[in-house]
Design a protein around this ligand. Sequence first.
Ligand SMILES: Cc1cc2nc3c(=O)[nH]c(=O)nc-3n(C[C@H](O)[C@H](O)[C@H](O)COP(=O)(O)OP(=O)(O)OC[C@H]3O[C@@H](n4cnc5c(N)ncnc54)[C@H](O)[C@@H]3O)c2cc1C
Length: 390
Amino acid sequence: MARVDDVIVIGGGIVGASAAYRLARSGARVTLVDRADTGQATAAGAGIISPGTSYNPPAAFFPLAFRAVAYYDTLLAALAEDGETETETGFETVGLLHVATTEAEATALPVLLRLIEERCASGAPRIGMVQMLSGDEARMLFPALGACLGAIYTSDAARVDGRLLRDAMRRGAARHGARIVAGSAEAIREAGGGVELTVNGETLTAGAAILAGGAWSGALAETLGEGVRLPVFPQRGQILHLRLPGRETARWPIVVGFHSHYLLTFPQDRVVAGATRESDSGFDPRMTAGGVREALDEALRVAPGLADATLQEVRIGLRPASPDGLPLLGRIPGSERLYVATGHGASGLQLGPYSGALVADLALGQSSAPDLGVDVDLTPFAPGRFASQA
Ligand SMILES: Cc1cc2nc3c(=O)[nH]c(=O)nc-3n(C[C@H](O)[C@H](O)[C@H](O)COP(=O)(O)OP(=O)(O)OC[C@H]3O[C@@H](n4cnc5c(N)ncnc54)[C@H](O)[C@@H]3O)c2cc1C
């Protein structure tokens, strides 16, 4: 007899992998379908986990982000129970430096310090100890820094390796019985009280489906028929992976504060310098001369000690961006059994595991479970909120 799943998850990036893991772990029958497009955002993401030091996101970002980052503890504990250690996700608390490299930035530091302290006092996770440092003190923590006029240090910022976490959740899902299918989900439709779609010429059926197709989610939704509009668009990010042979960089903190650029490190000697934000890139996951120059110029301006590093790799990802900078989470308007979790833009590694879990529960008809919290208002993230702008 043909298999009928409870839920089919379309897209195997961080969001889809989390949804599939949550579903499989709860005992649901689940299939994860992934096309592994070149430009998958998760495969290129930097991995900064520090929502309390985000500067001007829309107000609705914070309640979601604070829950999402707290959910990391639950997720890592679940993965550990399933045999995946933190090393296998690259997750580590390394702290964060917000550096000032110009007089204007230095003048703004005290205001920023107060803002971060207020957020910390109101319970924002992953801030920890907050401290103003001199340039020399900042350089002690991140020795490749150049002239730095001062910095704010927060001790509890973390980083994660998106590829490793994605793969750990996929392995975890498979361990709990999920079927993982490589291919493109096509012709999705609601039928007979459930959902049908085709992959590699085969029809798959389930009680519900979750679209977690990243930047490609809009194209997926268009196949659902007229009136279904998910205005998610690709924003290209080019990010450099450098190596400093002979240096132990793994415990160096994340460095932010220079435009939208940043530095972060991974074991043993890797320094990651990102990233471009190219909102007009379309679906074009190419490395460009201008993109590499922008990322290198910014990295070397702030950290000239990286000049002799080996340029190991340039990763390119298409972030799933939304018009208002907030994700799309919930049931697709006009449908009964189709859900979406996408549009996380530059914050998908922070938010994505939580979003995937949240929408997984919705797809099973469950309202928020205790480990996800019951106090997040999902109205600002309603997938139908752009309908009047069509
Ligand atoms: C350079 C860069 C740096 C970043 N840094 C950070 C950071 O520091 N912190 C942070 O929180 N976030 C960061 N992000 C953002 C984060 O990486 C993304 O928001 C997140 O990975 C999006 O995950 P996703 O699962 O929605 O999409 P993706 O990872 O893009 O995955 C979508 C998947 O769906 C598949 N798919 C699409 N359509 C179909 C179909 N029809 N059938 C089957 N499969 C399909 C695709 O092939 C793909 O594998 C960064 C992104 C980039 C590019």
